[in-house]
Design a protein around this ligand. Structure first.
Ligand SMILES: [Zn+2]
Length: 281
């Protein structure tokens, strides 16, 4: 059984609701290996890759130099778009709006056909190719986030969807007051592209490595419901496993009404994200 085949099985097991049994499931699957320890172990490879999520792996998908150059140009253009529309508006900008802005502002410059084709291809590629097995809540590249469906959270510079996400955040805020911060809320397709591409640029075009830290565009639940929280004053450590040492995380976990979308030892190809709050099931 090769790695890809194994992970496809693992992913469908997760989809069937076995996610909580990640380690147990992995253990069960290794028992099928006839000469355990002597042959390639997909489970061991997977665990090692996720523990070293920020390091390249021989199985990673990496762009050719030419495509990497195109990716860097598209990424820089998106960064210029963000400067034109502002940080807050960029969170909910649609792909079509970004293209239109690029056409109208010489300071951004029109996206070339090669850039558009590459972005289109990345969006429509099944991310399991990279080793990412999460589900894809947004399937249209041109998906828009209507402004009437979101609210700008006072003092946080972020947006949340009205309804359950906003209510969940308010409940968390009631518990912790000013000690809790909303580190990231609604992120449309373009914002998710920006984060994923920035990671792909610093990873020298390694799309698999990028996908271990960031959901590829279309695959992020920030586009439909989820958000990230942190502890005031904890800075960048809010985005590390150290967040689990904070009072905020411990209480959120204890109170039980918060479930994590990417638990530790998940088999979805996503690093452990204890700061990420899953809102919709
Ligand atoms: Zn998140």
């Amino acid at each position: 059984m090769n790695r890809r085949h194994f992970l496809a099985i693992a992913a469908s097991a997760c989809a069937a609701g076995l996610l909580h049994h990640g380690p147990a499931l992995a253990g069960a699957l290794t028992q099928f290996a006839p000469q355990q320890g002597l042959i390639e172990s997909p489970v061991r490879d997977y665990v090692s890759r996720m523990q070293n999520f920020d390091a390249p792996d021989p199985a990673d998908i990496i762009l050719s130099p030419e495509r990497f150059s195109t990716l860097k140009k598209a990424t820089a253009r998106l960064a210029r778009t963000e400067r034109v529309v502002g940080h807050g508006n960029f969170y909910i900008l649609s792909f079509d709006e970004a293209l239109r802005l690029a056409d109208s502002y010489p300071s951004i410059g029109t996206f070339s056909k090669a850039e558009k084709d590459l972005l289109d291809e990345i969006f429509h590629t099944d991310a399991s190719v990279y080793g990412f097995y999460g589900t894809k809540p947004v399937t249209r590249l041109t998906e828009r986030i209507p402004q009437r469906e979101v609210i700008k959270v006072p003092g946080m510079g972020n947006w949340l969807f009205k309804g359950k996400p906003e209510e969940t955040w308010q409940a968390i805020q009631q518990i912790f007051g000013e000690r809790v911060i909303l580190t990231s809320g609604v992120r449309g397709v373009v914002k998710q592209f920006m984060l994923f591409l920035n990671k792909a640029v610093v990873s020298e075009g390694n799309l698999s490595l990028a996908s271990r830290s960031l959901a590829p565009p279309g695959y992020s639940f920030h586009a439909v419901s989820d958000f990230d929280v942190g502890q005031h004053g904890f800075g960048e450590a809010n985005f590390t496993a150290r967040f689990t040492e904070t009072d905020i995380f411990k209480q959120l976990e204890e109170r039980g009404y918060i479930t994590l979308r990417y638990p530790q030892d998940n088999l979805l190809g996503v690093r452990f994200e204890p700061w990420h709050i899953k809102v919709l099931s």
